[in-house]
Ligand binder design. Sequence first.
Ligand code: FE2
Length: 233
Amino acid sequence: MIENLWPTPVLTDKAPWSDSQIEQLRVFAVERFKNHKANPPEHSLPDVGVKLRVQLNLFHSIHEALAPSVWIQFRQWVDKLYRSYLAQAHGLRNAEELLIEARCIPVHYQQGMRAQPHYHHTCDHVLCLYLDCGHDRRSPIERDWTVGDGELILQDPRPMAGFPFWEKLRHIETYPGLVVIHPSRVWHESNPFNAQGTRTLLVVTLRVASHNYCELYCNLSKSEGYINATSIS
Ligand SMILES: [Fe+2]
C-alpha cells in the first residue's frame, strides 16, 4: 500500500518472506553488524556529533560470500519492489530501464536504543525490512505514548504554521516482516526499543543512477580546459 502523506508517497506492506527466511536474514544481519562493530573500518569522512557507526554495504561481494541462501532472492525482491514503487508513486514510465544502485546496512538494537532524528543524504529512497522487534511487547493500545516501543516516526517535510506538532507526525507500528519505503530526505527517527530481546532490521538506501544527466556534470572548481581563466576579464 502506498499512502500519500502530506503528500509524500510512503509504502508500507507485509513482505513475502516466510518465518524461516526472516530468521536467515536476521541471523546474517546480526552477525555482520557484530563483525563490523568488532572490526571498524578506517574512513576519511569527517566525524560529526553523531558518530558514523555503520559504514558498510552487505551487497558487496565480501559480505555476500557469507550470506544465506535467501540473500539473492532478497536482493532481487528489493530491486523489483523499488521499481514498482517508482512506477506507482511517481508515475515513472521507464522504471524497468533504470540503473539502480543500493547499499544494505544491518541495524541491531539492544533494549533502550533508538534511531536519532536523521535523513539519508546519498540516495533517493530508503527501504526498511524489519526482522526482529523483540518479544513481550505491549500492544499499541496499552503503550505509554510518551515513550512508545520502536515505532518509526516520519516528520512532515513542510514548514509549519502554529499547529500542534504531534498532528504532523506519522507513527508506523513495526513488526517482523514489515517493509517500508520512504523518500530519503524525509526526517525520521524511531521511538526507543522497549520490549525484551533485541531489534534487528535491514536498511537499504536506493538511488536512481541513470536518466538524470549525471555525465554532463563537472567539477566546478577545476577547469576542464575549454575555458581559459585568464581570458575572463
Ligand atoms: Fe533512516
